[in-house]
Design a protein around this ligand. Structure first.
Ligand code: NI
Length: 257
């Protein structure tokens, strides 16, 4: 059984075949998906999607690149959605210095505020961090993100950084990049970090694994990621599925569900 811990099925890339695609998941062994919001409106549509499909759960939050839309009033909307019965996490939140917009101070302010919100509603966080390893780590430390825990998704840093996040109680999100020619650093991370701290993710419609790189991604491609991890760890694909499934349940505190 495969658990996709990070997907964006509310994206318009799925407008033409969303229902038929999602309805095919179970037959392909994709048994649980967390759809992740990245703005106020996509957090809303994420909750709607989770209401429609029993195997889809929701994460609500505002991506660093979208934080210019936030203010003291509308952040209450995320807090409210955080109480949705199918909401399992606050995210995606974080820092993106690759696109580097809006200004870093604003990104930092809302990253910290949304970690506090997660601690308050007792949900883990899903962290998006690009070209911002040190600031991400420093803010997590300062805001005591270990209290809520979570995942650093689409992990793109060194194994030394990965160890620090793991030490703070965080999971490492691994997706299509592990199959890329230039995915060497991520393969090193996966080799180094115990499998108990790794979760599977697509970030679909983005990040399709080889040989689908550049095309629309979906959870149906996750077996390619599983295979790559199994190869690196020298274990069976069944074992990778089993352990990462358990990890995802721990990450999203879904033990009894
Ligand atoms: Ni994402």
């Amino acid at each position: 059984m495969i658990f996709d811990t990070h997907a964006h099925y509310d994206d318009e890339a799925f407008d033409l075949d969303r229902d038929s695609l999602l309805s095919s998941m179970e037959a392909h062994n994709i048994r649980r998906i967390v759809n992740v919001g990245s703005s106020l409106s996509s957090s809303e549509s994420t909750c709607r999607l989770a209401e429609q499909y029993p195997f889809i759960y929701a994460a609500v939050g505002v991506h660093p690149s979208e934080t210019a839309e936030l203010n003291r009033e509308n952040i209450g909307h995320i807090e409210k959605l955080g109480g949705h019965p199918k909401c399992v996490a606050i995210g995606e939140i974080g820092l993106d210095y690759y696109y580097d917009e809006p200004e870093r101070e604003l990104q930092k302010e809302w990253f910290a505020a949304q970690i506090q919100l997660a601690i308050q509603v007792k949900k883990p966080v899903i962290i998006h961090s690009r070209d911002a390893a040190q600031d991400t780590y420093d803010i997590m430390k300062a805001e005591q993100a270990g209290k809520c825990g979570g995942v650093v998704h689409c992990f793109s840093y060194s194994k030394e950084m990965a160890r620090l996040f793991v030490k703070m109680g965080f999971f490492i999100g691994v997706g299509g990049v592990i199959t890329f020619k230039n995915g060497r650093v991520l393969r090193e991370v996966v080799e180094d970090i115990p499998l108990e701290h790794i979760v599977l993710e697509t970030d679909c419609p983005y990040m399709a694994p080889v040989p689908f790189r550049g095309k629309r991604n979906s959870s149906l491609h996750l077996p390619l990621v599983v295979e790559q991890i199994a190869q690196i760890k020298g274990i069976s694909t069944e074992k990778v599925e089993e352990i990462t499934w358990q990890n995802a349940l721990r990450l999203y505190k879904m033990g009894g569900k």
